[in-house]
Write a protein that binds this ligand. Sequence first.
Ligand code: ATP
Length: 758
Amino acid sequence: MYLKHLTIGGFKSFAKKSELEFSAPITAIVGPNGSGKSNVAESFRFVLGEQSTKGMRAKKGADLIFNGSDSTSRGNKASVSVQLDNTKRVFPMDFDEIELERTVHRDGQNEYLINGSKVRLKDVQELLSAANIGSTGHHIISQGEADRILSAAAKERREMIEDALGLKVFQYKKIESEKKLKKTTENIEKVQSLRREVAPHLKFLERQVKKIERSIALREELTNVYAEYLKREDTYIAHHSDRLKLERQEPLEKLDELKEQLIKAKKVLSESENDEKSGELVTLEEQISATRAKRQTLLRKSGQLEGQVSFLERRIRQAQEKSSSESEAPIPIGEVKKILAAIESQVDKAVKSDDPSLLQRALSDVVHTFKKFVQNASGTAVVNTDTEEKELKDIAKELQENEKDIVNISTKEEKLTTQYNELKTSIEAESLESREAEREVFRIVGEQRECENIVQRIDDELSVLERDRMEFKRELQEAVTLIGSGASQYFSFEIVDDGTLVTNAMIAVEERTKQRERRRELEKMKIRLEELGGANEDIEKEYKEVKGRDEFLVHEIADLEASVTKLEELIKELTQQLNEQFVAGIDKIGAEFNRFFALMFGGGEAKLLRVKPKIKQKKKAEDEFGEEIEIDEEVEDEEAQEGIELSVKLPNKKVTGLDMLSGGERALTSIALIFAMSQINPPLFIILDETDAALDEANSRRYGDMIEALAQKSQLILITHNRETMSRAGILYGVTMGGDGVSKLLSVKFDEAVAVAK
Ligand code: ATP
């Protein structure tokens, strides 16, 4: 026996604490109408967790509390506790005795206790369902409720039978699982909606972070491109600027040299450009020609004078010859040659001498010598013609003077000519020098120009390099701003091209266009970098947070979905188990039902039928004219759960439906079914509230027999007015109600009970 003790306090009409011991398999509760017997059955329902106030004939929780009477004040709460034996551990708790207690307060609040500990209703239900005490209360048949199993719908009946079969525990699990499934699905939806809510922001952050990542990658790339660019640029500029500066030296030095040369050459040129000498030359030339003219005149005069001399000498000689023609004697040639030699010597001396007086004396000597020669030769003195001789003498003197003048003028002419020639030579020499100087100037100027061109070209190149250097400095500053101070370490950067280390020499000879191309690339990268923006720690942090949350949600969804799958599997499994056990149980209950039915009615037949609920479906058909029409057709809902229908056949009667049974027959049929249900999976206890009310004496006996049979498996608490039933009870409680409206309980003997029941 599992049911040990019941304590009712403040519940309905039991204003005061009332206790019932259930030490016998059958306990009967008897008493007059309205004394509060059914309240006892309801107190069982209450303590076992009944949630329907209607099932306890109340509208609300407070209706279950003693409402007071004229003499007794109303209570604030109703409490019922039941003690159950658990030595066989039918309840999954490690206690020999389990006490369940439920209290309801006026505000409708309920409290549940298991062995004094506050628990949830669910815990109570689970504990009870483990011992096949279900909530449909199939083991508590209230007054007039026996019929309920007959009038219930197929689906509801199925529930009662499931409960009786002890399938409630599966049902609980299934319902729990379904609830969980629903909740989990809702949670998935909630989490998904949370994800959906956060998704645009996450996407935005993702894009931002991707941009940041791209910017970091680009910055890294830029660092390398910059390093290569800067190194190349610096190396190139340094190399070529050194080279050009060196190259510039030579033409510069040459220019200095040329400058000096030019000064000299110009000096030479300016010196050679003197006109004074030309003037002098002209003067000399004029003087020479004047002298020459004068000499010509003198020569002509000499000629004239000589002619006059010759004439006079001839005249004198003719005169002399006349006088001495016979004395002409031959003069030996040797004597003539001697005289000639003497005259020549005298003349030579005079000519060579600068002294004109010597020339004069020489001339008179010549005349004298010659006279002497003639005298000697003739042997006679020369005949003088005085006038002529005087004239001759004067002319000879004049000739002598003239000759002297000729000598002088010739000397002067000679001098002038020498001067002229010297000056001319000098002028000619000077013009040659001037031309050379001019050429030299031209050459120098040409070379200067060449050198200047070279310097200019070098300077042009240097100024390009200088411009590049300025640009390089600006670029370096920008690089430091963009990629940090590391940019200035470019020189240690090793440039590798096609696996080859690029040397400074290679850099120096590289085509400039390539470096310009690099520069363009750099600019593009900078623009891209600017577009991407820089690192943003806040964004990254926020992204990490939001992403972390999202990942958590994804994880959560995955967990929930896994739970859904598990729950669905569990539900499927439970449904299958339920179905299997239900089908098997129905067969067994059906057999018992048939047995009890035949026992009750002394024959006949009863069956339990599993039926699918019907649904209406459209069907195509033909009307009387052969036209196609749609008609409604009732078909079984294959998807739906099977319900239970009853089929009974009374002995010797043609009964086709339950509706056709009499009240007693209905009572017997329902009792047969209730008993049949109790046989398969006997509940720990069964409470039957006046189930026997409609039975006649003969049936009461049969009922009594069946009760005793039933009591073998389940403890029975029977509320009854039936004497036969009372007679089967081991313990009898009488319930009375006095004028105070308060129910009282007392243990009574059978006779007292019969008396009390009346
Ligand atoms: P019967 O034999 O006619 O079925 P019974 O013995 O089963 O009667 P119950 O139906 O258990 O009697 O008791 C009904 C009595 O309980 C009524 O008198 C009713 O006034 C009383 N009662 C019900 N609820 C309360 C309550 N909240 N407070 C006080 N009395 C109550």
